[in-house]
Design a protein around this ligand. Sequence first.
Ligand SMILES: Cc1cc2nc3c(=O)[nH]c(=O)nc-3n(C[C@H](O)[C@H](O)[C@H](O)COP(=O)(O)OP(=O)(O)OC[C@H]3O[C@@H](n4cnc5c(N)ncnc54)[C@H](O)[C@@H]3O)c2cc1C
Length: 495
Amino acid sequence: MTKIAHYDYIVIGAGSAGSIVASKLAASDESVSILLLEAGGTPDNEKMWTPSNWFEVLQKCPEIEWGYQSVPQPNLNNRVIKLAQAKVLGGCALHNAMVYVRGSRSDFDAWGKVAPGWSWNDVLPHFQNVEQIMKVLTGEASEFINDLFTAAAQYGLPHNPNYNTSESQYGYALFQFNVTGVFNLIRETTYSTFQPEQYHNVTVHPMAFVTRILFEDTRAIGVEYVKERQQHLAYIHNEIILSAGAIASPKILMLSGIGDENELAKFDISVVANVPEVGQNLYDDLFVSVGFSIPQNKDVPFYDYGLAPAVIFASTENSSSVIDIESSVGVGTLKGFPGPERSFWLWPNIMHLKSRGTVTLRSSNPNDTPMIDPGYLTALGDIQMCKTALQLGIDIGNQLGLSQWRLKQIAPETGADLETYIRETADTTHHYCRTCRMGTDRDSVVDTELRVRGISGLRVIDSSVFPLSITANTAAATMMIADKGVDIIIRSLQC
Ligand SMILES: Cc1cc2nc3c(=O)[nH]c(=O)nc-3n(C[C@H](O)[C@H](O)[C@H](O)COP(=O)(O)OP(=O)(O)OC[C@H]3O[C@@H](n4cnc5c(N)ncnc54)[C@H](O)[C@@H]3O)c2cc1C
């Protein structure tokens, strides 16, 4: 028998965004009732909470994974790329690298041009709100990191005391992480820190798989979900907030009848609103790898984080005003590290690539994974950006400053063809976004108040609404969107 319930708000997805949305809405008005639905369960495996286990968690915790993968990518030697996405209370913050990067003033000023109200001055207070609750810890230098910084300086880059608060991100810096604790560091997620279940007016249902949103004409009225093999219907008085992430949010919209009407027709899904860009514009960064073996007379450094606590922001145009490389650093002692123990690696992540992809349905069955084509390296110029970034990694890694740590360059092999190497090894940085992009134009999926076009009672608040790519990993901006999104909801009630 179908179970039926009523709430003021339903939030779909307890990830980076949804956990903030439910908690902040609950705190704003004790009299409203909120249902938070999450397909995954409680993260009860202790090892997930230790930051230095990051690589191991990614490989050995399939119980918190959706198991997504791309369609074969012709420009990456037809490789199928594993697209990690977490299915757990806390979402991708349970298996991400925890690095905290806001993005640049110019990123958000560009957002403000296509989505008024989202420029730097508009979003900064929301980053600061999040930072008052989520701990942001700056890593400590060590002999290896000091030598790496010397190498970056020898390459010609400046020291940056704090890439989040300096006027520019450019240069080498200590990485900042969403971790907490003093002696024993612990991973933070917005679910563990904001704790939506502490509010008496929030009902959290883990293991609740949302299959579709229900409508009366074009008004969202409720949600259909499955929990413990039983179908449930939950209805709303106010609004549904979709926070299922950049892959699942467009999937749920399409299954519910919001998308390109021609696509929906293929699967006999009744059209509620023809919004052709749902699932389009999928953006992701790629990273390339440069590895070096470490001589026997040096102890391989060990770090308490998922990565070495150092980052290099640089430019494929060698210009401090065009920042599109963010190189993270790895060492072989990281648990589960996918390389030799006696090695260190530079991983230039290339941002603001031009290629775009899609998330489309495979069928009308909610249990089927969506078809994900990130379209890597399909745009002219992207391969050249990757080559320049790879060369930067090679050049910094071979500077004199790192000589005591460097036995030999092991990847790419000296003299290898860089383009071939990139096509064989470049990989996702898991920065999926833009599949429900925000804007003022008619083709955007949500407006600047995050309302789905042509629909009432439904907003999308997560990484899918990014209007443009950013010069950063995507968690910080997603949390900012959640904080600002709730303010927008509260304000709309006062009008
Ligand atoms: C491996 C990896 C490493 C990363 N490293 C970093 C990093 O170091 N720093 C950084 O800034 N960013 C990083 N990111 C990106 C960042 O974690 C994400 O951008 C961010 O967490 C996205 O938040 P979200 O709320 O949009 O989605 P998510 O956090 O993915 O939350 C969506 C939630 O919705 C749930 N859901 C989906 N479908 C349904 C359904 N049908 N019914 C019910 N619930 C559903 C999911 O289970 C999930 O819990 C990384 C991502 C990955 C995958």
